[in-house]
Design a protein around this ligand. Structure first.
Ligand SMILES: C[S@@+](CC[C@H](N)C(=O)[O-])C[C@H]1O[C@@H](n2cnc3c(N)ncnc32)[C@H](O)[C@@H]1O
Length: 277
């Protein structure tokens, strides 16, 4: 799958005309991920028997089949080519894992992906980026996204691995292979009313003003009426942590809908704090 300007343009043109006719957008040709890459993708996501893996554009089903057979996961794949879906379901039967995985002939853009704990894709670079709103809108915070070769622009990967594989020359013309791991972030943007009692001479924090850019955030806290910038701000799924510039201690917490609850740790002292929108 050559990521040339030409293939990008061709795919974009096809996408526009397909949209106009309400036909499925061609998100990429059938090019299977080499089996070693499939294993690396699932390992990078830390797939286990607790996971539900969805592969968008599942080809011959190898990602979901391997997730079930080797890592014990459940899941499904969606694919527009009927014959590939049939092949994948037959393979699931043959491997004795048809009770845990299935393959459906469906447009990936219209598939409900909310059940995924791990979502995988090997699609054209423009398609990957067309999916960004869907991923943020439907996947729960903490869901791992694995993309083979193409990044989600503007998202910071939790990790990525790069390797050289001879198998890829026939696909992309180069040996370079990339695997990106993203974790769907909770929504933290906005103002939060904080409850952190002033104790032992420590100042009271009453508000957080956070600005989120997908997987990152920055902002300030209102401390005794003064705005103090945040430092070391980190967001991973539903887990948040930050410090207040020039002050001791680390705030950490879990975001659930419109509340954050956690611990403020300074030296050996730990204080509970909460925030709500
Ligand atoms: C590059 S292959 C990846 C196959 C498999 N995920 C893997 O990594 O081995 C992309 C697949 O997406 C399928 N596809 C393209 N557009 C699609 C769409 N709108 N809905 C569902 N599948 C689609 C193609 O038929 C093709 O099999």
């Amino acid at each position: 799958m050559k990521s040339t300007a030409l293939s990008f343009l061709a795919a974009a043109t096809f996408a526009c005309s397909a949209l106009a006719e309400d036909k499925p957008v061609n998100a990429g040709p059938y090019v299977p991920s080499p089996q070693s890459v499939v294993t690396d993708m699932l390992k990078l996501a830390g797939v286990s028997e607790k996971d539900f893996v969805i592969d968008l554009g599942s080809g011959d089903g190898r990602i979901v089949l391997t997730a079930a057979k080797v890592f014990g996961a459940r899941g499904f794949g969606v694919e527009i080519q009927d014959k590939l879906v049939k092949l994948s379901n037959e393979a699931a039967q043959k491997e004795g894992i048809a009770d845990r995985v299935k393959f459906i002939t469906q447009d990936l853009f219209k598939t409900d992906i909310s059940q995924a704990t791990v979502l995988t894709m090997y699609l054209l670079p423009n398609t990957v980026n067309m999916l960004k709103d869907k991923l943020l809108g439907e996947l729960r915070p903490g869901t791992r996204i694995i993309s083979h070769d193409y990044p989600l622009a503007g998202w910071i990967p939790e990790q990525y691995v790069q390797m050289d594989l001879e198998d890829k020359v026939a696909i992309s013309g180069v040996t370079t292979t990339l695997i990106y791991l993203y974790v769907v972030p909770a929504k933290v943007d906005g103002s939060w009313n904080v409850k952190l009692p002033a104790s032992g001479g420590k100042a009271a924090v009453t508000r957080l003003d956070l600005k989120q850019q997908v997987t990152r955030f920055s902002g300030s806290a209102l401390v005794d009426g003064k705005s103090v910038p945040l430092e070391d701000a980190k967001l991973k799924g539903d887990q948040i942590s930050f410090k207040l510039a020039g002050r001791n201690g680390t705030f950490s917490g879990t975001i659930k809908d419109s509340t954050i609850s956690g611990t403020f740790a300074a030296g050996s002292t730990k204080t509970s704090w909460t925030a709500s929108k």
